[in-house]
Structure formats: structure tokens, C-alpha cells
Design a protein around this ligand. Structure first.
Ligand SMILES: Nc1ncnc2c1ncn2[C@@H]1O[C@H](COP(=O)(O)OP(=O)(O)OP(=O)(O)O)[C@@H](O)[C@H]1O
Length: 510
């Protein structure tokens, strides 16, 4: 039996075993070719081995088997050593290779990152380039549009210039023709200049005539005032107005104490008790039946005086509840003097707008307890506080009455001083007279409405008001001697008509 440990084996069918060294067993020098293992004659323990090639069972002794195993083990150990050394070498090589591979990978990674950066930069640059290209395209298309627009504009302008040049030449031709057709242009210019200066003269004369007319008109107005009072120089006119009996007064059966029989002549009588009657005379007397239109018809000439440059003052005086507000302010459906005066001012100033220009401003003031308040400039809150101040303070009624009396007595003093032509007029004694300084006396005109109640219950107040009004009307100012006769009035009227006629002629010639 043979153990074929590798290549070809020989076949022997005896008990002698011949082990051929096999090149397969490297380092297997324990098995020399031709080496024989002889069995001893002693009975030995035998073991069976199985051929790996042919699966034949081989019988060997234990010693043989041991030798075989030892040799084989040595051989394998040597082989293992060689393989371990080889393995170590390969491991080292692997390690070296791995190290260089890692380095290469790192290098590669770096290169890859650089490449990414470059790519990113390239991408950004691409985008910038795209944007720039887009901008360029926009600019270029705008430029194209502008170019077209300006080309059209230039064409139009060229056309216009052409037309203008033609017109210019046409005008030049016409100018030459005109110059040829007017032999003496200088003479015409001179004539026009002299006409202009004549016109200027006429304007000056017109203004002079207008001023004269204004003076004459004023004289007539004063003369009219004199008609009622018999005086020429009076500048305070007094209109008396009596309100109707109120519903309460009628219901309470109050009797009327005012007699209006001679009201048309500016006279009224007050029944003071029994058959006694006290008479008063004013420039006008209005009965309860006279309305706002009647009242303003008489007041409106003063408006003309304002526009002629006079200071004018219109005020209402009288006991509480007698109609001062009604006369001055009126009610919404039936406006009083204030509104109608402003309306008239604007109407006349518009009528005169070609000759004169007027600046009109309005202020509304309240004089209360010797304090002046601008009603147009006041805010609603302060107005409310003002009203509270009027009513809340203790003893305010007394103070109010004292102040009203002070104002009225100061007004009376001013009027007296004016009437007596005193060198000192006490305007500063009250806020009211101070405020009215420019409108009382001097070249100013004053109209006072004295308001009265018809009721017998107000008799004493009515008499007091009428007495004050009579004083104010300036009895002392116009002594009876200074009466104007009708012939003088007639003369003034004729002068006024003449001036008017002259003005009209001048107007027409202008
Ligand atoms: N001529 C008139 N015709 C009809 N009603 C009148 C006339 N005058 C005054 N009244 C009425 O009499 C009342 C009192 O008038 P008004 O308020 O004008 O008086 P006043 O003098 O201003 O009062 P106060 O001094 O208290 O302010 C009002 O209701 C008003 O409408």
C-alpha cells in the first residue's frame, strides 16, 4: 500500500512500505526516497490510515505513524513558518500599500475639494456673466428704444424748424410789406404814446372826480342825518327798535307802553302812567311790525361809507331780552345787520372791482367783564370754559352787572366828551370804548340801535335806555343854530348829480 501524498505513486503489494518523497511536501526531508520502514517481528500495535486519493485503507504501526506524524508536523511547522514570514511580508506590503493608498486618497480628496471650489466659482462666474449679459441686453434694447424715440423727435423738430423757418421768412416778407405800406411808422408810434399819456391824465382826473363825488355823497349822507336831528356835524345816529310783546307777556296780560303814532317821523312816546307820555326823537323808529329788511335798508348807506374809507361802528344797546341779538345777528331764516352788511360790502366791492381793489377781513370779539375775547380764534373747549367761568364764579352776576354799567357809563362819557368837543376823550376807561376808539368820533360814523321792550313791566329800563340813547344821539353836539336849510341840501344834491354826470362822461371817454 502506498500513501500518495501528491503526484504519482508506485504500487507495491507487500508489507514493505516505500515512501516516496513528494515535491508536494516541501521541507519533507524526513521522508527520504527509498527509505524503508521495516516491521519488527514483535507484535506491534497497528493503525489504519485512509488514503486520501483512493480511499484505500493502509495499515501502519504506531511507531511508523508517530514518525510520519512528527515528520509531517515538522514539515508543516516549517511550512507554517515560511507562510507566516510570507504572510508578514505580504501584511507589510499591504500596510505600505494601504498607507500609500490613504495618502493618495487624501490627495485625491484635496484635489476633489479644489475641483468643487473651482466648480462653484465657475458657477458663480457663469451667473454673473448671465446677469451682465441680461443687463447688456436690457441696456441695448433701451438704447434702441431711445434711439428710435430721439430719431422721431429729431425728425419732428426738423419739421418744426422747417415750418418755423418758412413762417419766419413769411413774417419777414410781411414785415417788409408792412414797412413799405406804412410810410411814417414813427408818427403812428408817437400818436399812440400821446394817446396813452392822455389816457393816464384822464385816469388821474377820473380818480379826482371820484374822490370829489365821494365827498359830496358823504355830505349828502350827513345832510340826511341832519334832516332827522336838525344838525349837520353829528356823527352818531340812533335808531330805536321795539320788539313785539313775547308770548309769555301776552299770556300774562302785559300792556304796551309804547306809542308809535309818529314813528314814521322818528318819534315815539312812552306812556309813563295815567295820561302822561314822554316823547323821544331818534333818526329812525321801528315798530314791532318792521322787519329786518326795513332796518337794513336804513343802515346800508353806512356800508358805502366803509368802502369810501370811513371808520364805521354799528352797535345795539338795550335791556336784556329786547332784541339786540335779533337786530345784529338775526336768525337763520331772517338774517340781521351783521350778515346783511357783509353781503352788501362784498356786493359793492365787486361792483367797484374794476376801479378799486379792497382787502376785507373780519374779526368777532366779545367784551365780557372787561375782558376781550376773539370769538373766531377761540377753540370750542376754551369757549366752554369761558362760559363756565361766566356762571360758576361766586358773585359773578354782581360783577357782570358792574362791568356792564362801567362799559355803558364809559361809553356815555366818551359820547359826552365827543359831543362837547373835549380835548380829552376817555376811550381808555373801559375795554368797550377802547376797542371802539377808531370807530367813535373823528372821521368815523356810528350807528346805535337802542332796543326797547313794549311791556309795562320794563318801563323803567325802557326809559333809562331811551334817555341814554337821546344823550348819545348828541343833542349837545348839534345845537339848533347849526341847522341846515333845504336850499343848501338842494345845492349839495345838484353838486352830487353834476359830479356823477361828469364821472359817467369820463367813464365813457375812457
Ligand atoms: N323785532 C323782533 N321781532 C320778533 N322777535 C324779536 C324781535 N326782537 C327780539 N325778538 C325776540 O325776542 C327774544 C329776545 O331777543 P334777543 O335774544 O335778541 O335779545 P337780547 O337783547 O340780545 O338779549 P340779551 O341781552 O339777553 O342777550 C328772542 O326770542 C328774539 O327772537
Amino acid at each position: 500500500m502506498f500513501v500518495n501524498a501528491g503526484g504519482e505513486g508506485s504500487t507495491e503489494a507487500n508489507c514493505t512500505m516505500s515512501f516516496m518523497a513528494d515535491s508536494f511536501f516541501q521541507g519533507g526531508d524526513a521522508f527520504q526516497t527509498g527509505e524503508h520502514i521495516v516491521e519488527s517481528a514483535l507484535p506491534v500495535k497497528r493503525e489504519h490510515l485512509v488514503c486520501k486519493n483512493c480511499a484505500a485503507e493502509i495499515e501502519v504501526t504506531s511507531a511508523q505513524h508517530k514518525v510520519m506524524q512528527m515528520k509531517s508536523t515538522a514539515k508543516y511547522e516549517k511550512k507554517i513558518q515560511e507562510l507566516s514570514a510570507q504572510c508578514q511580508r505580504k501584511s507589510d506590503e499591504c500596510y505600505q500599500a494601504w498607507m500609500s493608498l490613504t495618502a493618495a486618497n487624501e490627495q485625491l480628496e484635496k484635489v476633489r475639494m479644489e475641483l468643487d471650489n473651482k466648480l462653484f466659482q465657475t458657477y458663480s462666474l457663469d451667473q454673473t456673466v448671465d446677469k451682465q449679459a441680461e443687463n447688456l441686453r436690457n441696456i441695448s434694447s433701451k438704447y434702441e428704444c431711445d434711439k428710435k424715440f430721439w430719431a422721431v423727435a429729431i425728425n419732428n423738430l426738423q419739421e418744426k424748424i422747417k415750418v418755423m423757418k418758412e413762417e419766419h421768412s413769411q413774417l419777414l416778407r410781411e414785415a417788409h410789406e408792412c414797412a413799405d405800406s406804412i410810410p411814417d411808422l414813427n408818427k403812428m408810434v408817437f400818436a399812440v404814446q400821446s394817446l396813452v399819456s392822455q389816457c393816464e391824465d384822464l385816469k388821474v382826473k377820473y380818480n379826482e372826480e371820484h374822490a370829489k363825488r365821494r365827498k359830496l355823497y358823504n355830505l349828502v349822507q350827513e345832510a340826511k342825518g341832519a334832516n332827522y336831528s336838525g344838525c349837520t356835524s353829528r356823527n352818531i345816529r340812533v335808531f330805536c327798535r321795539c320788539r313785539p310783546l313775547s308770548k309769555t307777556e301776552v299770556a300774562s296780560g302785559h300792556a304796551t307802553v309804547v306809542d308809535f303814532d309818529a314813528a314814521k317821523d322818528g318819534e315815539l312816546g312812552i306812556l309813563t302812567g295815567g295820561s302822561t307820555k314822554k316823547n323821544f326823537k331818534f333818526d329812525r323808529v321801528y315798530t314791532p311790525k318792521d322787519d329786518q329788511v326795513d332796518v337794513f335798508a336804513d343802515a346800508s348807506p353806512l356800508v358805502i361809507s366803509v368802502l369810501d374809507g370811513y371808520n364805521v361802528c354799528i352797535f345795539a344797546y338795550g335791556q336784556t331780552g329786547t332784541g339786540k341779538t335779533f337786530t345784529m345777528e338775526g336768525i337763520e331764516q331772517n338774517r340781521g345787520v351783521n350778515y346783511r352788511t357783509l353781503e352788501e360790502l362784498f356786493r359793492v366791492s365787486k361792483e367797484r372791482s374794476e376801479t378799486f381793489s379792497y382787502d376785507i377781513s373780519v374779526s368777532v370779539l366779545e367784551v365780557y367783564n372787561e375782558q376781550i375775547r376773539d370769538l373766531l380764534g377761540a377753540s370750542p373747549t376754551s369757549k366752554k370754559q369761558w362760559r363756565l367761568a361766566k356762571t360758576d364764579v361766586q358773585g359773578d352776576r354782581l360783577k357782570e352787572a358792574q362791568n356792564i354799567n362801567r362799559s355803558l357809563s364809559a361809553l356815555g362819557d366818551v359820547i359826552s366828551a365827543l359831543a362837547t368837543k373835549s380835548s380829552h376823550i376817555p376811550y381808555r376807561n373801559s375795554k368797550l370804548t377802547h376797542l371802539l376808539q377808531d370807530s367813535l368820533g373823528g372821521d368815523s360814523k356810528t350807528l346805535m340801535f337802542v332796543q326797547i321792550s313794549p311791556s309795562e313791566h320794563d318801563l323803567s329800563e325802557t326809559l333809562s335806555s331811551l334817555n341814554f340813547a337821546t344823550r348819545a344821539r348828541g343833542v349837545e353836539l348839534c345845537p339848533a343854530k347849526k341847522q341846515i336849510d333845504t336850499s343848501e341840501l338842494q345845492k349839495l344834491k345838484m353838486m352830487l348829480d353834476k359830479a356823477r354826470q361828469e364821472c359817467r362822461t369820463k367813464d365813457e371817454s375812457l
